[in-house]
Design a protein around this ligand. Structure first.
Ligand code: ADP
Ligand code: MG
Length: 293
């Protein structure tokens, strides 16, 4: 590529809100065969809402929600915000937890009014040797509908399964189609439940899924993909925990509405908060490189 054509290409990209922080990213995109995308905040809005609460016999929905929201008051996770908001909407007043632990990639725990409360993924309950009993069936049903099931244990016994759902961004389905039309393989990488991720991927026509990835595991997931990927590998993400993967990918593309850490680690930054910018970046790359030959 000549310096002039690269300049023209990056200039045209900037007009479309696609900022190339490195000139060679234009060439790298042209050679890319696989695009891996973070789910939460990239494919989806990143603002989940509580959709279901299923409690064990003898328990009251609002009592369980009170305990869970009390714990989640101390968490920054979007899931926590959804749960606290649901409690507020029901006018449930929240006690202050006596202790709090964030179990990154698994969930949260606390003591509330003298009771041990544990909230998180099925793998958290497994780790704590808490049997899911009949609620695992309910949780699986929720997950196959694309919702994220969170299990709740009170004093070491399973009490409820709660679901949150994060809406898919309006622009995502067409952007995935456009990436396919460019001949790219599209992969989702997420810390979310496998069945939830599979359901969302199926809805979007995404080719493959790497789910239940721990926060520090996205780079390893990318390295695994790279072994089998034709051509270069691009990664699109928005969050703090996407930063290492954005740096490790051949082309790291950050959603501009994401966190500063992600933006700083990326080769390409999208000014808008949706995936159309990814499609534009590929189009401009192809046009630029075609003109050179
Ligand atoms: P992601 O960014 O894909 O949600 P995380 O590593 O942040 O990945 O979370 C992985 C899983 O851990 C979540 O899907 C959820 O099951 C559980 N989890 C994380 N934080 C919380 C929380 N504050 N409350 C309940 N569950 C949580
Ligand atoms: Mg994200």
């Amino acid at each position: 590529a000549t310096p002039t054509s690269i300049m023209v290409g990056t200039g045209r990209a900037a007009e479309l809100g696609v900022l190339f922080r490195k000139g060679d990213a234009l060439q790298m995109l042209q050679e890319t065969g696989v695009v891996a995308l973070d789910k939460t905040g990239t494919l989806t809005a990143g603002h989940p809402e509580l959709t279901d609460i299923i409690v064990r016999d003898g328990l009251e929905e609002n009592d369980v929600l009170r305990m869970v929201a009390a714990v989640e008051q101390n968490s920054e996770h979007p899931i926590a915000k959804a749960i606290v908001q649901a409690a507020e909407e029901r006018d449930i007043s929240l006690p202050k937890p006596e202790s709090f632990n964030s179990l990154t990639g698994f969930g949260v725990s606390a003591v509330v009014q003298g009771r041990d409360v544990l909230v998180g993924a099925d793998r958290l309950m497994e780790r704590e040797n808490i049997s899911l009993e009949q609620l695992s069936v309910e949780g699986t049903v929720l997950a196959t509908r694309g919702k994220t099931p969170l299990y709740v244990a009170l004093d070491g016994e399973i009490a409820a399964v709660i679901a949150v759902a994060d809406p898919i961004k309006q622009t995502t389905p067409n952007a995935i189609k456009a990436l396919h039309a460019l001949g790219l393989k599209v992969v989702m990488i997420t810390g979310d439940n496998q069945k939830t991720a599979d359901a969302i991927a199926k809805e979007l026509g995404i080719d493959s899924v790497v789910a239940e990835v721990l926060p520090d595991g996205k780079v390893r997931a990318l390295e695994d993909l790279r072994k089998h990927a034709p051509g270069k590998l691009a990664f699109v993400g928005d969050g703090i925990n996407d930063a290492p993967a954005l740096a490790a990918a051949d082309v790291g593309i950050a959603i501009g509405t994401g966190t500063d850490v992600a933006i700083e680690a990326a080769d390409v930054v999208l000014m808008a908060g949706d995936l159309n910018g990814v499609v534009n970046a590929f189009h401009i790359s192809q046009q630029t490189m075609r003109n050179i030959r």
